[in-house]
Design a protein around this ligand. Structure first.
Ligand code: 0L1
Ligand code: MG
Length: 176
């Protein structure tokens, strides 16, 4: 049975508070042993709505578990997604305040900067490619809200794919 609306909201609040107060919590599937991927994305979407209602702005999306090594580690075949907010961004020449994070790690990434927004239904690979302005190497700071950075797939999806910080660059047109 899918999670009730009340439980989705309560779990989103739990993860939001963990991030805001910098304390680790037990992974969600330990509280909800039957947690499905669909439940987990419902919690992630509720978390996104909470942050937007608190004044945050959506700045992008991320894919997680994109490397073969990570997929193998988690026993999955497809990547997951999460959201990025303005409040996660740090000027690229600033230090990241690790005191505001639980147990941060960094990952090398590839960032796709788009020039126009994309919306489904009917969003194709061709329209996604056409929307790309340029592609740059990037660094991502991830931070699991779960104790000891331990989680299964649905738990990490609910926790917004461990999203935490990313560098904000002053973007110039190539050659500009
Ligand atoms: O960005 C990522 O690939 C992280 C996805 C979640 C797994 C992790 O936190 O290591
Ligand atoms: Mg990453």
């Amino acid at each position: 049975m899918p999670l009730t609306t009340e439980k989705i909201a309560a779990y989103a609040q739990r993860l939001d508070s963990a991030a805001l107060e910098c304390h680790a919590v037990t992974q969600l599937s330990a509280l909800e042993p039957g947690l499905t991927l669909a439940d987990a994305y419902d919690v992630q979407w509720a978390l996104r709505k909470r942050r937007l209602a608190a004044g945050a702005r959506l700045t992008g999306l991320k894919m997680g578990l994109t490397s073969r090594a990570k997929m193998k580690q988690m026993g999955v075949e497809t990547p997951i997604y999460g959201f990025l907010l303005d409040e996660y961004s740090v000027p690229s020449d600033f230090e990241v305040a690790t005191s505001r994070l639980i147990h941060p790690r960094i990952e090398p990434e590839i960032a796709f900067v788009t020039r126009s927004s994309l919306q489904g239904p009917g969003c194709t690979i061709a329209s996604a490619l056409a929307a790309v302005d340029f592609v740059i190497p990037a660094i991502e700071v991830i931070d699991s809200r779960y104790a000891d950075f331990k989680f299964d797939l649905p738990s990490v999806v609910a926790d917004n794919a461990s999203s935490a910080r990313y560098p904000r660059r002053r973007l110039r047109a190539p050659g500009g």
